[in-house]
Design a protein around this ligand. Structure first.
Ligand SMILES: Cc1cc2nc3c(=O)[nH]c(=O)nc-3n(C[C@H](O)[C@H](O)[C@H](O)COP(=O)(O)OP(=O)(O)OC[C@H]3O[C@@H](n4cnc5c(N)ncnc54)[C@H](O)[C@@H]3O)c2cc1C
Ligand code: SF4
Ligand code: SF4
Length: 848
């Protein structure tokens, strides 16, 4: 007989299984005979991915383990039975099949159950909960004969259940007691944005609704009766009104209970009986029950550590989450509702694109306390790092809200994180842990997953882990997988070549030949930009419109209150008095704020979406063209007055800037492009801070390349000297086309040059000396682009079909009533938060 002690684990859910794995790793099998007792008929499966069961991932696909694994690790299993009673004095448990088992240590991992509120009729056979594979089987069976389904509860799980009903082909409804969806994680505006987006997808949401009774229906099997007198008919109901810890074993054996239920545990996850531990959703630490898997996993590691005499401490958990609900990206970080004393909030809403972002910062404004993201969770990883690692925020924290909205990379880089930063909270993997794994030979995300488990929990950290992995590999001189995204195993440069060589004209054809899936926010605009660069494709064409970022989609730059700016091209900054008058008249008519830009154009701010076409029609009639201020394309060519007026001027800088701007206007590139031309080396046009800078000298034009202003300014490099007019244009043609063909997505010319092997010398060889023999081709490609230019706004205002998208609301032509302005220095500007009652920018209204 074995002299080992006995360790019993009650519950083989996600956390129970994680405990067993941690126990094996800690060598507990040498001290204990381990037995796991699981109520469900099968070993642990991934409840977080439960909904995938509806899309055909069978029970096996969700399984977290196998019977072989238990056998290989000498773990005895008793599946399909539950622990019914604990005799603490005798250290015995009684199982539901009547058998009795002795234990020396008992770990309770009994999870939670779906709470069903006491509503009349809720026990009818057409009412279900959403927790186990068996629950889902029952819903699928009932769904066959149903046309409509309703979910009671608009929280996280309720929305997941609604999606499941929709996938079953049912008309789906969500009945929410609170005034907005996901009220635990999202603030009111975030909840409303989510509601609007979900409504767009065909799920009908009813908020502020208290279901009083469920009775027989007339047209459907059931009729939900609400406290306000309203009702809804449906065929089946899924109840998702919260969870409760499975702590029923407390009662008879006298274990201490948390205030709101759950086995009360200490920092080692020990209950009031030191021989009994509780972990996961059945445990209450400091009175709190955690309804997410990451805290449960941490508890499992803590309990295994305590049993192996390797004590660690459970210190609470981060409850941040990132999910896709009904196809809508939603995330909440830390104190998302701003409950901390002195907390301040900043919010940003892009109504047309359906994006809502809110950050909560501390009273000093230098730490991130929490955040809400709806519609686009791209910043989640970075923001989570600021929050959980207590990292100092940039000076203007509100900048976080718009970084990334226009495709510019923003925020925190993986390099800025300390080694101790926790990157994967599900499996408690730090940045240092990832670096160590790379040291030990991991070179792919798959390797990292296998040895650290990072990204295998909720998956929210995948992007950041990939960044760290790539950074570490690069620092060790290892080649890095530069796939554009999961849909294309190519870089932007490679895709450019494929599009060009195979003459693809649409995203679909590129995807079909070289990609997989449906595409995403990374590859769609990238391919859109490549198509535009190669063929000068109209960005709002039937095949290309859906690929664009918000600014391109509306051919205008969105400003902070959701209105747009109108920027006509003023080549070289040269403008006739007549045209100036037109700009003034248009600005006056539409009450637009007017400002001369740093790139010597005139910006007209505050236009609403529906005003954009009218304004542009008037400007085009007066001879203006779009200034492309919205696109990743050529922006301005700044110039001084040069030899025409200036007494120092050596050459005609205005004439040259006009030639350059007219030649490259509309050219699409990996990043926006800025130019400048100065008439002498006094450099009044600041040409050396531009992607392409031209400065007149006594010997001709000097050409500078790859400079930029912005957040990381870089002085341009002197590329060629003493060029005449045509040689200058030829050099710029070749330089730009080479950059467009080889630059990476969102890579500025400066970063492109930094990454170019051989640097400036190599660039000179290719562009000026034609070392690769491609100069003629580059020039001819540029000629094609120049010859096919057309003003995007002109084409748009002539096309009634395209104009239909310029509306604030899906179901109405009216202007968004929530816009608030005030006047300052004689002009209109957006009202600040304390100047307006409703601060947010338009939410898309949805038809009922
Ligand atoms: C649809 C759905 C989606 C979710 N999505 C997410 C998500 O995106 N992110 C996230 O972090 N979390 C999510 N969760 C929550 C997550 O699944 C839980 O936090 C996690 O499963 C908790 O693990 P656990 O082991 O404590 O409980 P469970 O996984 O519930 O396991 C408990 C097990 O114990 C068994 N049991 C109960 N009593 C006894 C007994 N007396 N004897 C023997 N066995 C017993 C139960 O039958 C069950 O099998 C989701 C949950 C659901 C239902
Ligand atoms: S750069 Fe030279 S030419 Fe141009 S305005 Fe200045 S001084 Fe005059
Ligand atoms: S620098 Fe540019 S991004 Fe920043 S506030 Fe000014 S215009 Fe906006």
């Amino acid at each position: 007989m074995s002299d080992k002690k006995t360790l019993l684990v009650a519950g083989n859910g996600m956390v129970g299984q994680h405990f067993l794995e941690a126990a094996v790793e800690a060598g507990l099998g040498e001290r204990y005979d381990i037995t796991v007792i699981g109520e469900e008929p099968r070993p642990a499966y991934d409840r977080v991915r439960l909904s995938e069961y509806f899309s055909g991932v069978g029970a096996e696909g969700l399984s977290l383990t196998t019977m072989e694994w238990f056998a290989d690790n000498d773990i005895t299993t008793c599946m399909g039975v539950k622990v019914d009673a604990i005799d603490r004095d005798g250290r015995r448990v009684t199982l539901s099949d009547g058998s009795v088992m002795h234990y020396d240590r008992l770990v309770l991992a009994t999870g939670s159950y779906a709470f069903v509120p006491p509503i009349e009729g809720i026990d009818r056979p057409e009412c279900f909960v959403y927790r186990t594979i068996e629950d889902l089987d029952a819903i699928i069976a009932a769904g066959g004969a149903a046309r409509s389904g309703a979910v009671l509860g608009g929280g996280l799980l309720g929305l997941e259940a609604a999606n499941a009903l929709k996938n079953l082909g049912l008309d789906a409804h969500v009945i929410q007691f609170a005034s907005t969806l996901m009220e635990v994680q999202l603030d009111g505006d975030g909840g409303r944005m989510l509601e609007s987006k979900i409504g767009d997808l065909g799920v009908k949401v009813r908020t502020n609704s208290n279901t009083r009774a469920i009775v027989d229906g007339d047209d459907h099997r059931l009729r939900l009766e609400f406290a306000d007198g309203g009702h809804l008919e449906t065929d089946l109901v899924v109840v998702s009104t919260g969870i409760r810890p499975r702590d029923e074993l407390c009662e008879a054996c006298g274990l201490e209970r948390g205030e709101r239920g759950g086995f009360a545990v200490d920092d080692q996850c020990r209950t009031s009986d030191p021989a009994i531990y509780a972990i996961g959703e059945c445990a209450a630490w400091n009175g709190r029950v955690f309804g997410l898997v990451a805290p449960g996993y941490e508890m499992a590691r803590v309990a295994a550590g305590a049993l192996a005499d390797e004590p660690r401490t459970f210190a609470g958990a981060d409850m941040s989450t990132k999910l896709k609900l009904l196809g809508v990206d939603v995330a909440s970080i830390g104190d998302s509702l701003g409950r901390t004393a002195g907390a301040q909030t900043y919010a940003f809403t892009d109504g047309p694109a359906g994006i809502y972002r809110r950050i909560v910062v501390n009273a000093e404004g230098n730490r991130l306390l929490g955040a809400v993201l709806v519609g686009d969770t791209e910043p989640y990883s970075n923001w989570l790092q600021y929050c959980i690692n207590d990292m100092p925020l940039p000076d203007q924290p509100e900048g976080l809200l718009i970084s990334g909205v226009d495709g510019e990379a923003g925020g925190l880089s993986a390099g800025a994180l300390p080694d101790t930063a926790q990157v994967c909270s599900c499996h408690n993997v730090s940045k240092g842990g990832i670096c160590n794994a790379v040291d030990d030979g991991a070179t792919t995300l798959g390797d990292l997953k296998a040895c650290t488990k990072a990204t295998t929990g909720c998956g929210g950290c995948t992007q950041l882990v990939t960044q760290i992995l790539n950074m570490e590999l690069e620092s060790r001189g290892v080649a890095v997988d530069r796939s554009l995204c999961e849909h294309f195993p190519y870089t932007r440069q490679e895709l450019y070549h494929l599009v060009r060589v195979e003459e693809h004209q649409t995203f679909e054809s590129v995807l079909e030949k070289h990609g997989k899936g449906l595409g995403c926010d990374v590859c769609k605009p990238t391919v859109g930009s490549i198509l535009a660069s190669c063929w000068n494709a109209y960005v709002l064409g039937d095949d290309t419109a859906q690929l664009q970022d918000t600014n391109d989609y509306y051919l205008a730059n969105m400003q902070k209150n959701g209105t747009y700016s109108v920027v006509p091209r003023v080549p070289g900054g040269e403008i006739t008095p007549e045209k100036l008058i037109v700009l003034g008249e248009v600005a006056k008519k539409y009450d637009l704020y007017t400002k001369i830009t740093g790139g010597q154009r005139i910006d007209l701010f505050g236009a609403t979406v529906e005003q954009l076409p009218e304004i542009w029609r008037e400007l085009i009639d007066a001879g203006f063209e779009t200034g492309q201020a919205y696109g990743k394309s050529v922006r301005t060519v700044k110039s001084c007055v040069g030899s025409t007026w200036c007494r120092y001027g050596l050459l005609d800088s205005v004439g040259m800037s006009l030639r350059i701007e007219n030649r490259y206007k509309g050219l699409r590139a990996p990043h926006k492009l800025k130019f400048a031309v100065s008439g002498c080396t006094r450099e009044c046009a600041e040409a050396q801070s531009k992607d392409v800078g031209v400065i007149a000298t006594e010997n001709g034009w000097n050409l500078y390349v790859c400079g930029n202003g912005g957040m990381r300014p870089r002085h341009a490099d002197l590329f060629a000297t003493g060029l005449d007019n045509d040689a200058l244009i030829q050099a710029i043609d070749r330089f730009l086309m080479f950059y467009i063909r080889t630059g990476d997505r969102l890579q500025r010319t400066s970063v492109w040059l930094e990454n170019l092997e051989g640097g400036l010398d190599y660039l000179r060889e290719v562009v000026l000396e034609d070392s690769l023999g491609i100069a003629a081709q580059l020039e001819s490609e540029m000629r094609d682009v120049v010859d096919t230019y057309e003003c995007e706004w002109k084409r748009t205002v002539e096309d009634p079909e395209r104009l239909r998208r310029f509306r604030s609301f899906v179901n109405s032509d009216r202007t968004d009533p929530s816009l608030r302005f005030t006047r300052e220095r004689g002009q209109r500007r957006p009202a600040d938060a304390d100047e307006q009652v409703v601060q947010s920018i338009p939410l898309v209204e949805v038809s009922a």
